[in-house]
Design a protein around this ligand. Sequence first.
Ligand SMILES: C[S@@+](CC[C@H](N)C(=O)[O-])C[C@H]1O[C@@H](n2cnc3c(N)ncnc32)[C@H](O)[C@@H]1O
Ligand code: SF4
Length: 442
Amino acid sequence: MSALDDALERPFAGYAYAYPHKTAYRAMEPRPLADVWAAEDRSRLFAYVHVPFCTMRCGFCNLFTVARAGDVGGAYVDAVLRQIEATARALPDARFARVAVGGGTPTYLAATDLERLFRGLADGFGAPVARLPSSVECSPETADEERLEVLARWNVRRLSMGVQSFHDHEVRRLGRLQRRAEVLEVVQRARRLGFPRLNLDLIYGIEGQTPASFLESVDAAIGLEAEEVYLYPLYVRPLTGLGRRAHRSGDHDALRLALYEAGRGRLLEGGYHQRSMRSFHRLAPGAEGDPPYRCQDDGMVGLGSGARSYTRELHYSFDYAVGRSETQAILDAYVGRGEAAFGQVAHGFPMSGPEARRRFVIQSLLDGEGLDRAAYRARFGTVVDEDLPQLAELRGRPWVDGAEADDPLLRLRPEGWRYSDALGPWLYSAAVHEAMGEWEPR
Ligand SMILES: C[S@@+](CC[C@H](N)C(=O)[O-])C[C@H]1O[C@@H](n2cnc3c(N)ncnc32)[C@H](O)[C@@H]1O
Ligand code: SF4
């Protein structure tokens, strides 16, 4: 049995949404921001702002966020504005091609703080949300009229909301409080305010969820004419509410695969296109989507306590934790930082040549449009099948196209997306596996 066959035995080994995961980052000798970005193409960067607050901590969530933090949004936005100033000073010629605000829950911030944040991005950073492709996350209970109006005034193009399930009892089993009626109200509001792209997140693998109940949620999203739907397999992770209570169905690979196939099939019938294992979208006839974000190419400038930043040679962020007091301490340190401290990078992962190559392969195969061998060669000057001989194991798999070394494009067929969460970890380097394994959940 090959290593790939072994990996395929665990179809939900891990979600490779960014390689390497933050748990592989470590404290490092501080470096000035200007040096870190010196060799980078700064002409079409991605600005990402992370807002680490939520009304409550959902039982499945291990994102960097603090629940019920109280009235701290103002001080947090002040800190982000200082970080913007420090970053703008270090990268005076930075030009932005897109901007996103995620979390946590950006709409936890008061409307006036959202306004100040967008103003700061536009005036202090040259990243005007109103004129760039933009995406902002929200949750049903925070997406009120006042906040969504701010987003609409700033012409936010994509509004993304976590729904997880349209069945209130399933949502409760996820350790989340939200009612279907609330979700429907927000969708109506978003439509009235005219957001061109609405994304709804759904989760499958919830304890007690059946293919029929999951399909009802998928149908509800289709019925609301969401332009995008994300289907997330439930992962139960250490230190989360569900992790502590050992939520059962999260372990059932066969059930999760069946739910995935059912949900995917229903979305395809409903006229959606699949872009990756999780991402489905539909465009009005003749409409064009925003240019796809190619994280293999573009630098990302992260702002805020939980944000990552990517240059070709270094991925960096602030420290990461899941537990409440640890997260709060990292957040307090962030809010207490002066502008000078924001000019330094002190926590990250050096992207050596081999790691950058792996990242390119992982992102191209799982998020992108496939691995273009010529583009790889142009970027790295080497041959991908020689750099990563394990790719030969993909030959002869009926769910892969272009697996021969002389094929121009290696890509998953639509029926191959289901293996994404096995293929990602299969492609991680031993060093990244080791660093992630050494990370102590805290
Ligand atoms: C930042 S939240 C979305 C916005 C907002 N905070 C909310 O929850 O409504 C990110 C999304 O990732 C998904 N997600 C996070 N952790 C997950 C997990 N352990 N298993 C499955 N999906 C997860 C959820 O669908 C969630 O909506
Ligand atoms: S899923 Fe969303 S609302 Fe729930 S804790 Fe995570 S970031 Fe917050």
